[in-house]
Unconditional design. Structure first.
Ligand SMILES: Cc1cc2nc3c(=O)[nH]c(=O)nc-3n(C[C@H](O)[C@H](O)[C@H](O)COP(=O)(O)OP(=O)(O)OC[C@H]3O[C@@H](n4cnc5c(N)ncnc54)[C@H](O)[C@@H]3O)c2cc1C
Length: 381
């Protein structure tokens, strides 16, 4: 049995997932080894998903989109993660990058973002800087008011999908001394002179381009501000509540694939005169892998349900982020063990799964930061 067969979906969800799987099997899967080696995002394959109507499905109906629910979106992300987490993450981030606009923008900005997303345009989210990661309220990128415009100056690093983005949601400060109370967000069009610099050579999710992005005195009209001066922090935090669990579905997709690869191998590999799947020590290891994978899936479905109902996550987002990311690394690592020495070879797909899994413990707020969040919630009266 494959892990997908253990997951319940509605007929409507199944239709979308079958279409996603079909494109993944035909277009993506055969090219993954080569793209992983090169470290390239395949824009032609991404366009096939856009043409099939699988991009930006979350755009609300009131702005002309499908307004698909989080549960279905999570399932699609998990499926993409099964085939290639780097591709899926980048494809998904292209539209989720605009989430700040839907969280804190004006009606006009939301309508504009929706139209651009539905035309297949991609957004990148720029918060991290070379000297500022977890302590995000200390960002150094400045926005200075000059008449009806703002001038943005600073460097962002590790920006996912920057190379393919048409728009950049940029976190700036209007006054570094104000810390989080100075954070101000802007929507910046690429053609205003945004420079895409260093392409990072990464351990995993190599189909996902990650770049340094330079804003060298970029002028934007004041109307490009998302929210108000000093209100960016709240928008970023609310945005992360939604985007973070979305991203973790790719980690669960990795775990699902790692289980399936391990099981397929264990059914054919013979030792001691029988398939290794019939050795109880190994069979129980596979059971342990699938148990953790299904718990990650179920926990994320619960988060999707809360988001769909507009209910607060109250720490669930952080807890599930830690669990799903650790599970992906654990299950991918165990999958290598099931394949023995072959698992360690690039010729087999499982070593890549471990390389791809690690990042989910680091980005979208490190797992240590999620512990800080959970610990401080517990310390509240
Ligand atoms: C592949 C990739 C893609 C990314 N995509 C994006 C993107 O699209 N947009 C974007 O803005 N950013 C992006 N990031 C940045 C990512 O979110 C940061 O790397 C992450 O938040 C950690 O920041 P840092 O790397 O500066 O580590 P640091 O903040 O320097 O942390 C170093 C270590 O210290 C620990 N630490 C820090 N503070 C505490 C604390 N208070 N308590 C306990 N431990 C602590 C951390 O957990 C970590 O282990 C991406 C990063 C990568 C690697």
């Amino acid at each position: 049995m494959k892990v997908f067969d253990m997951i319940q979906t509605t007929p409507e969800q199944k239709e979308i997932l079958d279409l996603t799987k079909q494109i993944c099997e035909k277009e993506l899967l055969p090219r993954v080894p080569e793209l992983d080696k090169e470290g390239t995002f395949p824009e032609d394959i991404a366009q096939k998903f856009v043409d099939a109507g699988l991009y930006a499905m979350e755009v609300p109906e009131q702005y002309g989109g499908m307004g698909i629910d989080n549960e279905t979106l999570f399932l699609v992300a998990e499926t993409l993660g099964y085939y290639d987490a780097g591709f899926g993450f980048t494809f998904h981030a292209g539209s989720m990058g605009a989430e700040c606009v839907f969280v804190g923008g004006t009606e006009e900005q939301k309508q504009h973002a929706a139209e651009e997303l539905l035309a297949g345009k991609k957004f990148a989210f720029c918060l991290t800087e070379p000297a500022v990661g977890s302590d995000a309220a200390s960002i150094q990128t400045t926005a200075k008011k000059d008449g009806d415009e703002y001038v943005i100056r600073g460097n962002k690093c590790f920006i996912s999908g920057a190379e393919i983005a048409d728009y950049f949601v940029v976190a700036t400060t209007i006054d570094k001394e104000l810390k989080y109370k100075g954070i101000t967000l802007f929507l910046v069009e690429k053609e205003r002179g945004v420079q895409i610099a260093k392409h990072e050579d990464k351990m995993g999710i190599r189909l996902s381009p990650t770049n340094e992005v330079i804003f060298d005195d970029i002028r934007v009209p004041a109307s490009n501000m998302i929210g108000a001066e000093g209100k960016g922090w709240g928008i970023v935090m609310r945005n992360m509540e939604v985007v973070r669990p979305h991203s973790m579905n790719f980690a669960t997709g990795i775990a699902m694939r790692a289980v399936d690869e391990a099981v397929s191998y264990a059914k054919v590999r013979q030792q001691f005169g029988k398939p290794i799947i019939s050795l109880q020590g190994l069979n129980f290891l596979l059971a342990d892998m699938v148990e953790k994978t299904l718990v990650s899936h179920s926990a994320l479905m619960n988060v999707a349900h809360l988001l769909d109902k507009g209910m607060p996550l109250n720490g669930m987002g952080s807890a599930v982020k830690i669990y799903a990311s650790q599970t992906a690394s654990y299950v991918a690592s165990k999958s290598i063990e099931v394949l023995g020495g072959y698992g360690y070879m690039r010729e087999y797909p499982v070593e890549k799964l471990l390389r791809d899994a690690k990042i989910f413990e680091i980005f979208e707020g490190t797992n240590q930061i999620q512990q800080v969040v959970l610990g401080s919630l517990l310390a509240k009266d």
